[in-house]
Design a protein around this ligand. Structure first.
Ligand SMILES: *[C@@H]1O[C@H](CO)[C@@H](O)[C@H](O)[C@H]1NC(C)=O
Ligand SMILES: *[C@@H]1O[C@H](CO)[C@@H](O)[C@H](O)[C@H]1NC(C)=O
Ligand SMILES: *[C@@H]1O[C@H](CO)[C@@H](O)[C@H](O)[C@H]1NC(C)=O
Ligand SMILES: *[C@@H]1O[C@H](CO)[C@@H](O)[C@H](O)[C@H]1NC(C)=O
Ligand SMILES: CC(=O)N[C@H]1CO[C@H](CO)[C@@H](O)[C@@H]1O
Length: 579
């Protein structure tokens, strides 16, 4: 047991200090992190990052993945795949006459991973989650929406913070107004979630729906969104899993196929149509590229809004899907497009990646860089429709000069094609899992076997010693909008202190990963005021919490301290909803 001090601000600005006791698990985390950062000997890997196999089999294919507060990861695939490689808890079996593969299935299709111990726990899904979407609600409950077959109108909730060791999925069948298969979710400033599109659905709806909030028990209201019909290609569609990014002024950037609009959620009006992406390559499923909102850099006092920029990388040229069905796998896109959607005259800047990629996952890192990982160099998303897996991740550095913009990193040995996922974890690693390019769990007699493994990619920064946050977080830490928070951290003895100007505090929202889309990922670089030395290697940085729910919707964020470009381990801080 180890006592630890936490300093959090009170609303008046004076600070109170309280002491709490870390439990054994948390101490274990700390210990293993210290081992990692205190290795003065040269790390076993170089500047290209390192791959680590966390689990040879998690029992399912990590088709959907969400990081949860408490350092857990929930993963699931689909129920209509046949038997997985892990049994349902308590010897239960699921009896579902509507299941397309196995009416009585005694295996699990969802697992919960505890990161500190790497322990896995099977969870119970009742209806099919295939190609569904999700968002972490401000209270720490994961909302998962839609799917296929008997699950296409369902929403499911997973409570990550109650501490119930047997917590499991709660299903609300028939909640959604329409079928949502390949939809995208965005957490909104008011804590509700917008659920957009899906196959042949040119509309969006909300969770909680107004009606159910008012107790009517009926379906939620449905709002037409003709943009999704306009962007649908005849055969391939190429507009599924639209990219959604909440902009700091509260409007929503929506990208489908090759086009983008700005939607005002309150009035349901399209405010603006942006120019189509410059090379006219479709970017959405099955031409799956990936997209992030680049880190929002805040000015002190919350007076000026940060300039948002959206980055979209990879995809597959029009015709790739039809061609792949005939067995001809066209080269994927090598381009990225970058745009400032709130600029007076938004224009795409096109850049070229070191190699082509479709079905890549883009993951925001605490350093402000973007990792592009997984996917293939030829073909598209869909069963058996891709070839030439891309084994090497690429780092995109938004502020670097053109020559240093892309860095090729060390490759994995495991192909990750259709249904692979990636997300940032609290240690600053990127968890990589999934790849199920077949209609069942096919492990033999197929070109790319279904993958039940889970890897962690250690970005190059983990080879050096980052700071260690000793206070600010702790699982129950909460801050309000605009509050100043004292973040205490240590810089290890042998690392040169590069001065207060090189300290950043970054709040990162945990994303929901599936089908090359990282829903609700968000990096907010907080204004840092005074940085005070309080011990031999110990400092306190005064960081200003985000100014508004438009900049950072309420809920759980990982806060990282970055010193001289090296991030600490992330600590969970909840931003309180405004009353
Ligand atoms: C990783 O990349 C670095 C630098 O590019 C290289 O020196 C190292 O050998 C690579 N390690 C592995 C395991 O590939
Ligand atoms: C979190 O909020 C959602 C939406 O209001 C609600 O349905 C859910 O029950 C809440 N979770 C907990 C644990 O209270
Ligand atoms: C994969 O397995 C399923 C179910 O076992 C089977 O129906 C299907 O034909 C297999 N696919 C391939 C490509 O072998
Ligand atoms: C392997 O796959 C081929 C075509 O996909 C199929 O014709 C053959 O029957 C399969 N063999 C086995 C042993 O499943
Ligand atoms: C494909 C796969 O991972 N199969 C594994 C399922 O689980 C058993 C043991 O529980 C392993 O022996 C198999 O290799």
């Amino acid at each position: 047991m180890r006592a630890m001090e936490k300093t959090i601000p009170t609303p008046t600005g004076t600070r109170r200090t309280k002491t709490r006791t870390r439990n054994a698990t948390a101490t274990f985390v700390l210990a293993s992190f210290l081992l990692l950062v205190e290795g003065v000997v040269a790390p076993p890997w170089g500047s290209g990052g390192e791959w680590q196999l966390l689990h040879a089999s998690i029992g399912i294919s990590a088709m959907h993945m969400q990081l949860l507060p408490g350092d857990k990861v929930v993963m699931f695939d689909r129920t209509d795949f046949g038997p997985s490689n892990i049994s349902l808890p308590g010897g239960r079996c699921r009896s579902d006459p509507a299941d397309l593969a196995l009416p009585i299935d005694c295996t699990a299709h969802s697992v919960l991973l505890d990161l500190p111990t790497a322990a896995l726990r099977p969870l119970t899904l009742l209806s099919d989650t295939w190609c569904s979407s999700g968002a972490l609600l401000p209270n720490g409950t994961l909302l998962q929406s839609g799917g296929f077959n008997d699950g296409d109108h369902s929403i499911r909730l997973f409570d990550s913070v109650s501490g119930d060791p047997l917590a499991d999925w709660q299903e609300l069948p028939s909640y959604l107004a329409v079928r949502r298969w390949y939809a995208s979710d965005q957490l909104l400033p008011n804590g509700r979630v917008l659920i957009v599109g899906g196959r042949r659905q040119f509309s969006y709806e909300f969770f909680p729906s107004q009606e159910s909030a008012a107790g009517s028990g009926g379906h939620g209201a449905l709002f037409p969104f003709p943009f999704l019909e306009e962007t649908r290609d005849a055969n391939a569609e190429n507009n599924l899993y639209p990219f959604l990014h909440l902009l700091p002024d509260g409007t929503l950037f929506v990208f489908a196929n090759t086009r983008a609009v700005i939607l005002d959620i309150a009035s349901h009006q399209v405010l603006r149509r942006l120019p189509p992406i410059a090379d006219d390559v479709p970017r959405n499923y099955p031409s799956s590229g990936s997209s992030v909102l680049l880190p929002l850099r805040l000015a002190p006092g919350g007076t000026t809004l940060p300039r948002p920029e959206v980055l979209i990388c990879g995809g597959a040229p029009r015709g790739s899907y039809e061609s792949a069905l005939r067995g001809v796998f066209l080269p994927a896109a090598t381009t990225c497009g970058r745009i400032g959607p709130s600029d007076p005259n938004p224009a795409w800047i096109m850049e070229t990646m070191p190699m082509p990629r479709v079905m890549g996952d883009m993951v925001l890192l605490p350093t402000g860089d973007v990792l592009i990982v997984n996917g293939a160099a030829a073909g598209t998303a869909g069963w058996e429709l891709a070839r030439e897996p891309v084994m090497n991740p690429v780092l995109y550095s938004p502020g670097a000069s053109a020559e240093l913009r892309f860095t090729l990193l060390n490759g994995s040995s495991i192909p990750r094609l259709y249904h692979s996922t990636a997300l940032l974890d609290p240690y600053g690693r990127v968890l990589v899992g999934g790849s199920n390019p077949h209609v069942g769990y096919n492990f033999t007699n197929v070109t790319y076997p279904t993958e039940l493994s889970l890897e962690a990619f250690h970005p190059p920064y983990l080879a050096s010693a980052g700071p260690r946050v000793v206070a600010a977080g702790a699982p129950e830490a909460e801050v309000g909008y605009g509050e100043v928070v004292a973040v205490r951290f240590e810089v290890v003895a042998y690392v040169e202190w590069t001065g207060t100007g090189s300290v950043e505090v970054v709040a990162m929202a945990p994303g929901f990963a599936t089908h090359a889309v990282g829903m609700n990922q968000r990096a907010v670089v907080l204004p840092v005021g005074r940085v005070t030395q309080v011990g031999p290697f110990e400092y306190v940085a005064e960081a200003e919490a985000p100014p508004s729910p438009e900049v950072a919707p309420p809920g759980y964020y990982l806060w990282f301290v970055v010193h001289a470009g090296l991030p600490s381990q992330g600590v969970w801080v909840r931003i309180r909803p405004t009353p």
